[in-house]
Ligand binder design. Structure first.
Ligand SMILES: NC(=O)c1ccc[n+]([C@@H]2O[C@H](COP(=O)([O-])OP(=O)(O)OC[C@H]3O[C@@H](n4cnc5c(N)ncnc54)[C@H](O)[C@@H]3O)[C@@H](O)[C@H]2O)c1
Length: 254
Protein backbone atom coordinates (compact mmCIF):
# COMPACT_ATOMS: atom_id res chain seq x y z
CA UNK A 1 0.00 0.00 0.00
CA UNK A 2 1.25 3.50 -0.79
CA UNK A 3 1.36 5.23 2.60
CA UNK A 4 1.99 8.87 1.67
CA UNK A 5 0.16 11.16 -0.75
CA UNK A 6 3.64 12.30 -1.85
CA UNK A 7 4.42 8.90 -3.34
CA UNK A 8 1.22 8.49 -5.33
CA UNK A 9 0.86 8.28 -9.09
CA UNK A 10 -2.22 10.27 -10.10
CA UNK A 11 -4.17 10.63 -13.33
CA UNK A 12 -6.40 13.71 -13.71
CA UNK A 13 -8.82 14.10 -16.62
CA UNK A 14 -9.95 17.44 -18.04
CA UNK A 15 -6.72 18.95 -16.75
CA UNK A 16 -5.85 21.43 -19.52
CA UNK A 17 -7.72 24.24 -17.73
CA UNK A 18 -10.00 25.18 -14.84
CA UNK A 19 -10.50 22.88 -11.86
CA UNK A 20 -8.53 20.02 -13.45
CA UNK A 21 -5.33 22.05 -13.79
CA UNK A 22 -5.64 23.16 -10.16
CA UNK A 23 -6.17 19.57 -8.97
CA UNK A 24 -3.05 18.54 -10.91
CA UNK A 25 -1.06 21.47 -9.49
CA UNK A 26 -2.16 20.71 -5.91
CA UNK A 27 -1.28 17.01 -6.17
CA UNK A 28 2.06 17.88 -7.81
CA UNK A 29 2.79 20.40 -5.04
CA UNK A 30 2.39 17.58 -2.49
CA UNK A 31 5.01 15.52 -4.35
CA UNK A 32 2.76 13.24 -6.42
CA UNK A 33 3.51 12.15 -9.96
CA UNK A 34 0.61 13.62 -11.96
CA UNK A 35 -0.52 12.75 -15.49
CA UNK A 36 -2.80 15.37 -17.04
CA UNK A 37 -5.18 14.30 -19.81
CA UNK A 38 -7.64 16.37 -21.77
CA UNK A 39 -9.36 16.60 -25.12
CA UNK A 40 -7.15 19.68 -25.59
CA UNK A 41 -3.38 19.20 -25.62
CA UNK A 42 -2.41 19.89 -21.96
CA UNK A 43 1.18 21.08 -22.72
CA UNK A 44 0.54 24.66 -21.60
CA UNK A 45 -0.91 23.59 -18.24
CA UNK A 46 2.01 21.21 -17.72
CA UNK A 47 4.54 23.93 -18.51
CA UNK A 48 2.85 26.37 -16.08
CA UNK A 49 2.85 23.79 -13.25
CA UNK A 50 6.55 23.06 -13.90
CA UNK A 51 7.28 26.82 -13.73
CA UNK A 52 5.29 27.26 -10.52
CA UNK A 53 6.49 24.16 -8.64
CA UNK A 54 10.14 23.37 -8.77
CA UNK A 55 10.72 19.66 -9.36
CA UNK A 56 7.07 19.00 -10.25
CA UNK A 57 6.69 15.54 -11.75
CA UNK A 58 3.96 16.16 -14.36
CA UNK A 59 3.33 14.61 -17.75
CA UNK A 60 0.33 14.52 -20.05
CA UNK A 61 -1.36 13.73 -23.32
CA UNK A 62 -4.47 14.53 -25.33
CA UNK A 63 -7.22 11.93 -24.78
CA UNK A 64 -10.97 11.92 -25.36
CA UNK A 65 -12.54 10.38 -22.25
CA UNK A 66 -15.38 9.04 -24.42
CA UNK A 67 -12.99 6.82 -26.41
CA UNK A 68 -12.70 3.41 -24.71
CA UNK A 69 -9.55 2.41 -26.61
CA UNK A 70 -7.85 5.75 -25.88
CA UNK A 71 -8.77 5.48 -22.20
CA UNK A 72 -7.38 1.93 -21.88
CA UNK A 73 -4.17 2.88 -23.71
CA UNK A 74 -3.70 5.91 -21.46
CA UNK A 75 -4.10 3.97 -18.21
CA UNK A 76 -1.79 1.21 -19.49
CA UNK A 77 0.79 3.86 -20.52
CA UNK A 78 0.70 5.44 -17.05
CA UNK A 79 1.33 2.06 -15.41
CA UNK A 80 4.06 1.14 -17.94
CA UNK A 81 5.78 4.51 -17.39
CA UNK A 82 5.39 5.06 -13.64
CA UNK A 83 4.88 1.53 -12.35
CA UNK A 84 1.33 1.89 -11.03
CA UNK A 85 -1.77 4.08 -10.83
CA UNK A 86 -2.78 5.09 -7.30
CA UNK A 87 -5.21 7.98 -7.79
CA UNK A 88 -7.80 8.37 -10.56
CA UNK A 89 -9.49 11.79 -10.68
CA UNK A 90 -12.40 11.95 -13.14
CA UNK A 91 -12.84 15.67 -13.71
CA UNK A 92 -13.40 16.15 -17.47
CA UNK A 93 -16.82 17.63 -18.11
CA UNK A 94 -19.06 19.52 -20.50
CA UNK A 95 -22.18 21.50 -19.72
CA UNK A 96 -24.82 22.45 -22.29
CA UNK A 97 -26.67 25.45 -20.88
CA UNK A 98 -29.92 24.92 -22.72
CA UNK A 99 -33.49 24.42 -21.63
CA UNK A 100 -35.69 21.39 -22.26
CA UNK A 101 -37.08 22.72 -25.53
CA UNK A 102 -33.69 23.53 -27.00
CA UNK A 103 -31.84 20.38 -25.95
CA UNK A 104 -30.65 18.43 -28.98
CA UNK A 105 -29.82 14.74 -29.13
CA UNK A 106 -26.19 15.63 -29.96
CA UNK A 107 -25.77 17.87 -26.91
CA UNK A 108 -27.52 15.34 -24.67
CA UNK A 109 -25.16 12.59 -25.87
CA UNK A 110 -22.07 14.80 -25.52
CA UNK A 111 -22.74 15.66 -21.88
CA UNK A 112 -23.82 12.14 -20.87
CA UNK A 113 -20.85 10.53 -22.63
CA UNK A 114 -18.22 12.98 -21.38
CA UNK A 115 -19.43 13.29 -17.80
CA UNK A 116 -20.74 9.78 -17.12
CA UNK A 117 -19.40 7.29 -19.67
CA UNK A 118 -15.91 8.84 -19.52
CA UNK A 119 -15.90 8.47 -15.74
CA UNK A 120 -17.01 4.84 -16.03
CA UNK A 121 -14.35 4.03 -18.65
CA UNK A 122 -11.45 5.44 -16.63
CA UNK A 123 -12.64 3.69 -13.47
CA UNK A 124 -13.01 0.37 -15.30
CA UNK A 125 -9.55 0.46 -16.86
CA UNK A 126 -7.82 1.82 -13.74
CA UNK A 127 -9.35 -0.86 -11.51
CA UNK A 128 -9.07 -3.80 -13.92
CA UNK A 129 -6.38 -4.91 -13.88
CA UNK A 130 -4.15 -2.32 -12.21
CA UNK A 131 -5.65 -1.12 -8.91
CA UNK A 132 -7.13 -4.56 -8.24
CA UNK A 133 -3.67 -6.16 -8.70
CA UNK A 134 -2.02 -3.51 -6.50
CA UNK A 135 -4.69 -3.95 -3.82
CA UNK A 136 -4.85 -0.20 -3.57
CA UNK A 137 -6.37 2.88 -5.18
CA UNK A 138 -8.24 6.14 -4.60
CA UNK A 139 -10.89 7.17 -7.13
CA UNK A 140 -12.34 10.68 -6.99
CA UNK A 141 -15.16 11.67 -9.34
CA UNK A 142 -16.12 15.32 -9.82
CA UNK A 143 -19.90 15.52 -9.85
CA UNK A 144 -21.86 18.71 -9.13
CA UNK A 145 -24.58 20.01 -6.85
CA UNK A 146 -26.64 20.02 -10.07
CA UNK A 147 -26.60 16.23 -9.81
CA UNK A 148 -28.10 16.49 -6.31
CA UNK A 149 -30.52 19.40 -6.74
CA UNK A 150 -31.42 19.18 -10.44
CA UNK A 151 -29.53 22.36 -11.27
CA UNK A 152 -30.21 25.84 -9.91
CA UNK A 153 -33.77 27.08 -9.53
CA UNK A 154 -35.14 28.25 -12.86
CA UNK A 155 -36.96 31.54 -13.07
CA UNK A 156 -38.18 30.59 -16.51
CA UNK A 157 -36.07 33.33 -18.07
CA UNK A 158 -33.63 31.04 -19.74
CA UNK A 159 -30.27 32.02 -19.79
CA UNK A 160 -27.43 30.22 -18.33
CA UNK A 161 -28.93 27.46 -16.20
CA UNK A 162 -27.07 24.16 -16.62
CA UNK A 163 -29.19 21.86 -18.78
CA UNK A 164 -30.98 18.55 -18.19
CA UNK A 165 -28.17 16.36 -19.58
CA UNK A 166 -25.70 17.96 -17.18
CA UNK A 167 -27.91 17.38 -14.12
CA UNK A 168 -28.70 13.80 -15.21
CA UNK A 169 -25.06 12.97 -15.94
CA UNK A 170 -23.84 14.37 -12.62
CA UNK A 171 -26.57 12.55 -10.71
CA UNK A 172 -25.36 9.46 -12.56
CA UNK A 173 -21.78 10.13 -11.46
CA UNK A 174 -22.96 10.18 -7.82
CA UNK A 175 -24.85 6.88 -8.19
CA UNK A 176 -21.87 5.34 -10.03
CA UNK A 177 -19.54 6.50 -7.24
CA UNK A 178 -21.65 4.68 -4.63
CA UNK A 179 -21.95 1.54 -6.78
CA UNK A 180 -18.20 1.40 -7.42
CA UNK A 181 -17.41 2.01 -3.72
CA UNK A 182 -19.39 -1.11 -2.80
CA UNK A 183 -17.75 -3.12 -5.61
CA UNK A 184 -14.09 -2.28 -4.91
CA UNK A 185 -13.83 -1.73 -1.15
CA UNK A 186 -12.67 -5.29 -0.52
CA UNK A 187 -9.82 -4.70 -3.00
CA UNK A 188 -8.40 -1.81 -0.92
CA UNK A 189 -9.83 0.82 -3.25
CA UNK A 190 -11.91 3.84 -2.18
CA UNK A 191 -14.29 5.73 -4.48
CA UNK A 192 -15.70 9.14 -3.56
CA UNK A 193 -17.13 12.19 -5.25
CA UNK A 194 -16.62 15.93 -4.87
CA UNK A 195 -19.72 17.95 -5.77
CA UNK A 196 -18.79 21.57 -6.45
CA UNK A 197 -21.18 24.50 -6.41
CA UNK A 198 -20.38 27.58 -8.52
CA UNK A 199 -16.63 27.69 -9.19
CA UNK A 200 -14.82 30.39 -11.15
CA UNK A 201 -13.52 28.67 -14.32
CA UNK A 202 -13.97 28.95 -18.11
CA UNK A 203 -17.11 26.77 -17.71
CA UNK A 204 -18.83 29.48 -15.66
CA UNK A 205 -17.29 32.61 -17.19
CA UNK A 206 -20.55 33.59 -18.93
CA UNK A 207 -22.82 32.90 -15.94
CA UNK A 208 -24.02 35.53 -13.46
CA UNK A 209 -24.73 33.77 -10.14
CA UNK A 210 -27.10 35.05 -7.46
CA UNK A 211 -25.71 34.24 -4.01
CA UNK A 212 -28.96 35.08 -2.20
CA UNK A 213 -29.47 31.52 -0.92
CA UNK A 214 -25.80 30.67 -0.49
CA UNK A 215 -24.42 31.17 3.06
CA UNK A 216 -20.87 31.88 1.82
CA UNK A 217 -21.48 34.68 -0.66
CA UNK A 218 -18.79 34.22 -3.25
CA UNK A 219 -17.79 32.04 -6.18
CA UNK A 220 -15.69 29.06 -5.19
CA UNK A 221 -12.18 28.76 -6.55
CA UNK A 222 -10.56 25.78 -8.28
CA UNK A 223 -8.31 25.55 -5.21
CA UNK A 224 -11.38 25.01 -2.98
CA UNK A 225 -12.19 21.91 -5.04
CA UNK A 226 -8.58 20.76 -5.37
CA UNK A 227 -8.10 20.67 -1.57
CA UNK A 228 -11.13 18.40 -1.20
CA UNK A 229 -9.76 16.12 -3.92
CA UNK A 230 -6.34 16.04 -2.24
CA UNK A 231 -7.98 14.89 1.01
CA UNK A 232 -9.91 12.11 -0.76
CA UNK A 233 -6.70 11.07 -2.58
CA UNK A 234 -4.65 10.93 0.60
CA UNK A 235 -4.11 8.35 3.36
CA UNK A 236 -6.13 10.63 5.68
CA UNK A 237 -9.34 9.40 3.98
CA UNK A 238 -8.56 5.67 3.86
CA UNK A 239 -11.78 4.77 5.80
CA UNK A 240 -13.98 7.08 3.68
CA UNK A 241 -15.76 5.62 0.65
CA UNK A 242 -18.97 6.08 -1.31
CA UNK A 243 -19.28 9.67 -0.05
CA UNK A 244 -20.17 12.93 -1.77
CA UNK A 245 -18.25 15.92 -0.43
CA UNK A 246 -20.09 19.13 -1.37
CA UNK A 247 -17.79 22.11 -1.96
CA UNK A 248 -20.48 24.68 -2.56
CA UNK A 249 -20.41 27.52 -0.03
CA UNK A 250 -23.39 25.92 1.68
CA UNK A 251 -25.69 26.29 -1.32
CA UNK A 252 -26.72 22.61 -1.09
CA UNK A 253 -26.88 21.95 2.66
CA UNK A 254 -28.97 18.92 3.59
N1 LIG B 1 -17.12 25.38 -12.65
C1 LIG B 1 -18.14 25.03 -11.92
O1 LIG B 1 -18.89 25.87 -11.38
C2 LIG B 1 -18.45 23.57 -11.67
C3 LIG B 1 -19.47 23.26 -10.77
C4 LIG B 1 -19.76 21.92 -10.53
C5 LIG B 1 -19.05 20.91 -11.19
N2 LIG B 1 -18.06 21.25 -12.07
C6 LIG B 1 -17.36 20.16 -12.73
O2 LIG B 1 -15.98 20.28 -12.55
C7 LIG B 1 -15.29 19.71 -13.66
C8 LIG B 1 -14.31 20.72 -14.22
O3 LIG B 1 -15.05 21.86 -14.64
P1 LIG B 1 -14.40 23.27 -15.00
O4 LIG B 1 -15.30 24.28 -14.42
O5 LIG B 1 -12.95 23.27 -14.71
O6 LIG B 1 -14.68 23.25 -16.57
P2 LIG B 1 -13.78 23.68 -17.81
O7 LIG B 1 -14.70 23.73 -18.97
O8 LIG B 1 -12.99 24.87 -17.48
O9 LIG B 1 -12.79 22.42 -17.96
C9 LIG B 1 -13.26 21.16 -18.38
C10 LIG B 1 -12.14 20.45 -19.09
O10 LIG B 1 -12.64 19.18 -19.53
C11 LIG B 1 -12.12 18.96 -20.85
N3 LIG B 1 -12.94 18.04 -21.61
C12 LIG B 1 -14.19 18.25 -22.11
N4 LIG B 1 -14.60 17.19 -22.82
C13 LIG B 1 -13.60 16.27 -22.76
C14 LIG B 1 -13.42 14.97 -23.30
N5 LIG B 1 -14.37 14.39 -24.07
N6 LIG B 1 -12.27 14.32 -23.05
C15 LIG B 1 -11.29 14.89 -22.29
N7 LIG B 1 -11.40 16.13 -21.76
C16 LIG B 1 -12.54 16.81 -21.98
C17 LIG B 1 -12.11 20.35 -21.48
O11 LIG B 1 -11.26 20.39 -22.62
C18 LIG B 1 -11.64 21.21 -20.33
O12 LIG B 1 -10.25 21.33 -20.29
C19 LIG B 1 -16.38 19.31 -14.66
O13 LIG B 1 -16.68 17.94 -14.51
C20 LIG B 1 -17.55 20.15 -14.23
O14 LIG B 1 -18.79 19.60 -14.60
C21 LIG B 1 -17.75 22.56 -12.33
Amino acid sequence: MTEQLAERVCLVTGAAQGIGTEIARTLASRGCVVVLVDLLEPAEAIEKIRQDISGARVEGRAVDVRDAVGVKNTVDWVVATFGRIDVMVNNAGTCARVGLGEMTEELWQRDIDTNLKGTFLFIQHAVHPHMAAQGFGSIVNISSISGIMGGPFSSGEEDSRSGPAYAASKGGVIALTKWIAKEVGHLGITCNSVAPGPIETPMTSSVAYDFGNQPIKRMGTPADVAEAVAYLASPASSFVTGQVLKVCGGSAIG
